[in-house]
Design a protein around this ligand. Structure first.
Ligand code: MV4
Length: 447
């Protein structure tokens, strides 16, 4: 096992990783920008190194500064968290080249899954359902027209280098294909420096259901059930749950097997998430694979009793998986609400000083946060202040517990998304488990 790990991140996930390392008796090195000198991850780590000015491009995204910090402090491994450098194949490669263990998959796996058209091809060629669409980026308008005839309308244009909704266009009729193709390609080129796009049949009102997997360095893997992340706004997840109210046990088994097939086909190692779209008739389709620990990983931890971050560190150190598929049992129900420092109506950032903060507690409540009284939320990074996670015997208990937990929470000095969550948690469609990626659209239209 490693004796010292550097955490190349900030905020709640840096704190989460430090906690896992502590429980593994591993010393920790925090890195921080000049805006984060007072941050909780800096306070909780054994050592901390300033890596540059506030802008992420000059600090948390600066490969040379982070590698130098690891070398100066003698860290043997780097955990990237999520965002920043977590899915940057070049960073994973530089770590490997410097003899520093990257806590995550190989650079090759990250690269492959970063190409969404290639990932789709890998899934399809291993028997995992994908929506009808192109096997390669489209070459020109003529090819797009031919594909569109095969796929039918509505269809969706997606950026090969994309993910997260950028460079996407829904096309409902042949007349708008040409202009949609041009705008999607231009948006993709601007956002990713790569204009490649592919086509897929569009599902009008799907659920977003993702399967957590763990693969060790010895080729063994397990799936840990699903998370339902249908409640999103502008491709930002806001509330997640496990299990999904829409899955039967047999569908869960089928999706779990499909997720493992994708991971095995990619020679995957460490924790990963395979995202699917689920239609109203129980059909699921591969969407993409995320090669990082995700914000919403705690709901899986609550229902499986496993510590995913510790598992990541152990896998990176070469240890075999501590569980087989037969050991994995899903118990109860978990919900996570993301608490952002935002105006909850307009979803605009609300940076500033936390003049008061009271965290919720009691049975079945977990808080993953870097917030404290006096903390100043900087304007430079994403606005996630933390997550309230609950576990209950069933969905109804989890919902009541979350309502109670959010009622207990007090945050003053910045605006937060708590009022938004309180609205969702009372909504009859949410209470009935009738959620989809259109849920929020309908909620805001109704007002
Ligand atoms: C889709 C889709 C419907 N049909 N693909 C959004 C983010 C990107 N990863 C893929 N996305 C979608 N792809 C097909 N063929 C609908 C979405 C989508 C969506 C997916 C999950 C959660 C929220 C969403 C909101 C709008 C669109």
């Amino acid at each position: 096992m490693f004796s010292k790990v550097l955490i190349a991140n900030r905020g709640e996930i840096a704190v989460r990783i430090i906690r896992a390392c502590r429980e593994l008796s591993i010393r920790t090195v925090a890195v921080f920008s000049q805006a984060d000198a007072e941050a909780l991850h800096v306070q909780l780590a054994d050592e901390a190194v300033c890596i540059g000015p506030p802008q992420a491009i000059q600090s948390y995204l600066k490969v040379a500064a982070i590698i130098s910090a690891a070398e100066i402090t003698g860290a043997e491994a780097i955990h990237p968290g999520y965002g920043f450098l977590a899915e940057n194949p070049r960073f994973a490669e530089v770590c490997e080249g410097c003899g520093i263990q990257f806590i995550g998959p190989s650079a090759a796996s990250i690269q492959m899954m970063g190409d969404k058209a290639a990932a789709r091809r890998v899934a399809a060629s291993h028997g995992v359902p994908v929506l009808p669409g192109s096997q390669h980026p489209v070459r020109d308008l003529a090819e797009a027209r031919q594909l569109a005839r095969e796929i039918g309308f509505p269809l969706i244009i997606k950026a090969s280098a994309g993910g997260g909704g950028k460079g996407m266009r829904v096309v409902t009729a042949p007349e708008t294909l040409e202009s949609a193709l041009a705008t999607a390609a231009a948006e993709a080129a601007g956002a990713f420096g790569d204009a490649a796009v592919y086509l897929e049949r569009y599902l009008p009102d799907p659920r977003h259901v993702e399967i957590q997997i763990l693969m060790d360095a010895h080729g063994r893997g397990v799936h840990l059930g699903e998370r339902d992340c249908s409640i999103q706004r502008r491709h930002q997840k806001l509330l997640e749950e496990a299990p999904s109210p829409a899955l039967t046990d047999s569908l869960r088994q089928a999706m779990g097997q499909a997720a493992l097939s994708v991971a095995e086909a990619a020679g995957y190692r460490n924790a990963g998430t395979v995202e699917f779209l689920l239609d109203g008739r129980g059909n699921f389709f591969f969407m993409e694979m995320n090669t990082r620990i995700q914000v919403e990983h705690p709901v899986t931890e609550m229902v499986t009793g496993l510590d995913l971050v510790k598992a990541q560190v152990r896998i990176a150190a070469g240890e075999p998986l501590p569980v087989t598929q037969a050991d994995v049992r899903l118990q109860g129900h978990s919900l996570e609400c993301r608490i952002n420092a935002e105006d909850p109506d307009r979803f605009l950032p609300s940076p500033g000083k936390l003049t008061n903060f009271r965290a919720p507690g009691g049975p079945g409540v977990r808080v993953d946060s870097h917030a404290y009284v006096g903390y100043v939320v900087p304007p430079y990074y994403d606005s996630l202040l933390g997550k309230v996670i609950v576990h209950g015997h069933d969905r109804d208990e989890a919902i009541l517990r979350m309502q109670r937990a959010l009622d207990e929470t007090l945050i003053q000095g910045v605006q937060t998304t708590i009022p938004f969550h309180q609205k969702v948690l009372r909504h009859p469609d949410f209470l009935a488990g009738r959620t989809s990626t259109r849920f929020l659209e309908r909620l805001t239209e109704a007002q």
